[in-house]
Design a protein around this ligand. Sequence first.
Ligand SMILES: *Cc1c(COP(=O)(O)O)cnc(C)c1O
Length: 373
Amino acid sequence: MSSPDTLRIPTELLPRDGRFGSGPSKIRDAQIAALVADAPTYLGTSHRQATVRNKVGEVRDGLRALFGLPDGYEVLLGNGGATCFWDAATFHLIERKSQHLTFGEFSAKFASAAKDAPHLEDPEVISADAGSHPYALAHEDIDLYALTHNETSTGVMMPIERPAGASGLVAVDATSAAGGLMVDPTQFDVYYFAPQKSFASDGGLWLAVCSPAAVERIESLAASSRWTPAFFDLKVALDNSRLNQTYNTPGLATIHLLASQIAWMNDNGGLAFSAGRSTRSAEILYAWAEASEFATPFVTNPAHRSHVVGTIDFAEGVDASVIAKVLRANGVVDTDPYRKLGRNQLRIAMFPSVDSEDVAALCASINWIVGNL
Ligand SMILES: *Cc1c(COP(=O)(O)O)cnc(C)c1O
């Protein structure tokens, strides 16, 4: 028996890049090199001038191409990350009552933001146990359906489809899904995310792809008597975004890294390319776990198993937290499960930047650790 602190995984087994975190996530070396090359004329310059505004324009046009947006769809952005966007949505996207599909930490947070907003009716919440996902049900009194493309806390993905017969807006939290999972833009009105996951940048920004119906909703609520703090005012964000700006100062490095990642996706074949990389990694991870004597995919329905964030349970007697600790001591980081799920589990991000060979190497490294503990 060896102590976890001294176990050295053979170098030839180790992934070449040890970053498997679900956000912040791996940033490719080429993105950093591009930022360094542009730094003297880009970093430390005004976000109201052409250099930075053109970069924001690249992000907006790049997302338009990546998602194949129909005419009239617009890309909005602002500061504060996806969590901030939930609060903004309670002011300028939900008219009276929303329906939320909750199946983990993130989806539940938006539901509670809507419940706490004094100017809204209590939302309808449809829940499913961790490890599965619920289904939306169209109701006449619902003006916004809140879906989550990928529940990052549990590793469950769900297909994005308008609920049959629904007249309300469909707003999708795509924070960990966007860029790593396929999506049809005609099936949503708002597809929002932050860039520290599949888009391999830093946090603190939100982006929202909005359909014409969503833009109309923003404009009508902004013109209504509802009081809204300027920071959560989506009309302010819309007006600034149209000028390739944000309401207040954004992180310039974040925008640059994001623009590089979107260009990399588009230059290599678009969403089919980037989602394809995640799909290949997921095939490797789940096939390994299914064949393993001590590991099993946490999500029982194979169709619900996320291609971007994999959750793997470990058998009694194999302590996942010790495995994560040994991995970390060997430079393979952030494989710990979502803290509140409280399972004997590892959570492994397989965003497009992660090389599938590194996922295979991670599986081999885990086998080695279990064999040598
Ligand atoms: C990470 C994540 C969030 C939170 O993003 P922040 O930018 O930290 O606010 C929200 N929803 C999902 C699905 C996430 O994965």
